[in-house]
Design a protein around this ligand. Structure first.
Ligand code: ADP
Length: 476
């Protein structure tokens, strides 16, 4: 299967993007919005102002009968000039015939002004329009006749430049941009500071890990700048401690193996050497020594066999499980039949009881080896004329096997250690009975491979009970 490598994103990138989105983007949007609103407000208030002035002017024009008379009214003319100057614009008065009778610019008098707005204004609809590109406002306003109410005699068209107010808004806009640039600088500095504050400890952590990976396993990894880094450091340290322990135990195992394998060889060497040193030793002596040598060779091969079993029963080799439906009582019967001759030698009574018949998922070969070790120990570490009782029981989930004996028992302080590899309570006795110290380690592994548990209860000098519990159905 092809593995796709996921590209990791740097925390720094995430930090920069985050601060940018949170800090810079809203700031720029707000700045633009402020300028736009300012412009709109200014234009709106200018429109209102123009409409006000138009109303006043239009009333005055009506009062003065400006449109009716042909005479020019200088006061009104100058007032119009003042108003148009006020908006830096132009006022044009159009009469009923669409003829311009007054233009504050004095350019179009006598000409005709027929535009959509003017026509609409004569029907009573005053309008205002803002030309964005050219920056000016156009406002039309009706001038009513004096005599008859509601009759429109003329239209006032006011054009006003918005240049002035827009330049004000632009000035404010410039100030805002300046403010934004300064804020941007502050944010960038903030990002750099945050980077230092947050990522530095992580980087230190990473470097410490790298040094460890490079072989400096004794170095303590502790970055306690933050609670999180401290917790992470503690977790990693614990993992390393565990690994070191595992490494130590492996080394210890290897040195134990070497020692155990050497012991029989040393004996063989001593036996052979002493035979060779003797000149014309009798044949009987040769036979006796050769017997001893043969025993030592048996022992050596037993240790090797047990070691191989142990490696095979390693919990990590769980995929080698060959699970079938096994009749557990039948299996126990077979084990006891095989061991009965050894028991009979010391007149030990060997019994098997079942409370319930059990058929369970198990690896028959492995389970048989594991249980054999228990029964064999019960015989080996027993007294003359003692007894060994094996019982089988089950509930709806598990089956239980008990191996009880009337033997020498195991002192309380050793009960947790007997499952260790090569551990023997009484070295000499174990050697005498051909023990390797691996039997219970193998048994424990086998039971754990079946997802079961094993417990020991013992009273020194009275006897021992090993209790095994294994699920009826195998959990892979
Ligand atoms: P060994 O090959 O020495 O029997 P085991 O791993 O089977 O190794 O057992 C470890 C030690 O536990 C034995 O050396 C013995 O001291 C003790 N032991 C095991 N089973 C019993 C028992 N039924 N009664 C008393 N001691 C026991």
């Amino acid at each position: 299967m092809k593995m796709r490598k996921k590209r990791a994103v740097s925390m720094r990138t995430v930090l920069v993007i985050m601060l940018f989105v949170i800090g810079v983007v809203p700031m720029f949007i707000q700045g633009r919005l402020m300028v736009t609103t300012l412009k709109q407000n200014q234009i709106e208030s200018m429109t209102l102002e123009i409409q006000n002035q138009c109303l006043i002017l239009s009333n005055r024009l009506t009062q003065a009968g400006y449109l009716a008379d042909d005479v020019t009214d200088t006061i009104l003319d100058s007032q119009m000039d003042v108003v148009s100057d006020m908006f830096s614009g132009r006022i044009v008065i159009v009469d009923r015939d669409y003829r311009i009778i007054r233009d504050t610019f004095g350019l179009a008098e006598g000409k005709y002004h027929v535009s959509e707005e003017v026509v609409r204004c004569f029907s009573g609809e005053s309008s205002n329009k803002y030309n964005k590109e050219k920056h000016y406002l156009i406002q039309t306003f009706p001038i009513y006749a004096l005599e008859s109410q509601g009759k429109i005699d003329g239209v006032m068209v006011v054009t006003a430049s918005t240049e002035g107010i827009l330049s004000l808004a632009d000035m404010v806009g410039e100030k805002i941009v300046l403010f934004e640039v300064m804020s941007l600088i502050i944010i960038v500095m903030g990002i750099l500071a945050a980077e230092r504050l947050y990522l530095k400890p992580l980087r230190r952590f990473q470097q410490a890990l790298k040094r460890t990976a490079g072989g400096n396993v004794e170095e303590e990894i502790m970055v306690d700048t933050y609670k999180e880094t401290k917790e992470m450091s503690t977790a990693v340290s614990q993992a390393f401690t565990k690994l070191r322990e595992m490494d130590n135990s492996r080394q210890e195992f290897v040195s134990n193996v070497s020692h155990e394998l050497k012991t029989p060889i040393t004996s063989i060497r001593v036996l052979a050497d002493s035979l060779m040193a003797m000149e014309d030793a009798p044949v009987e002596l040769y036979r006796e020594f050769m017997n001893d040598i043969s025993d030592e060779i048996d022992r050596e091969s037993k240790i090797i066999d047990d070691l191989l079993s142990l490696v095979k029963m390693d919990k990590s080799a769980a995929e080698t499980m060959n699970i079938t439906q096994v009749d557990i009582y039948g299996l126990l019967e077979l084990i006891l039949k095989r061991l009965r001759p050894i028991a009979q030698k010391r007149n030990i009574e060997l019994t098997l009881e079942r409370v319930r018949d059990v058929v369970a998922d198990a690896d028959e070969v492995k389970l048989s080896l594991g249980l054999s070790n228990l029964v064999e120990n019960a015989i080996k570490y027993n007294r003359e004329d003692g007894w060994v009782r094996v019982t089988l029981d089950a509930d709806h989930k598990f089956f239980f096997i008990k191996v009880a004996d009337s033997g020498i028992g195991i002192p309380e302080e050793f009960q947790t250690r007997i499952f260790e590899r090569f551990y023997r309570v009484d070295k000499a006795r174990s050697r005498e009975t051909g023990g390797t110290g691996l039997g219970l380690a193998i048994t424990k592994n086998v039971i754990e491979m079946h997802r079961g548990t094993i417990r020991v209860q013992s009273v020194e000098g009275e006897g021992t009970v090993f209790s095994v519990r294994i699920p009826l159905t195998y959990i892979p």
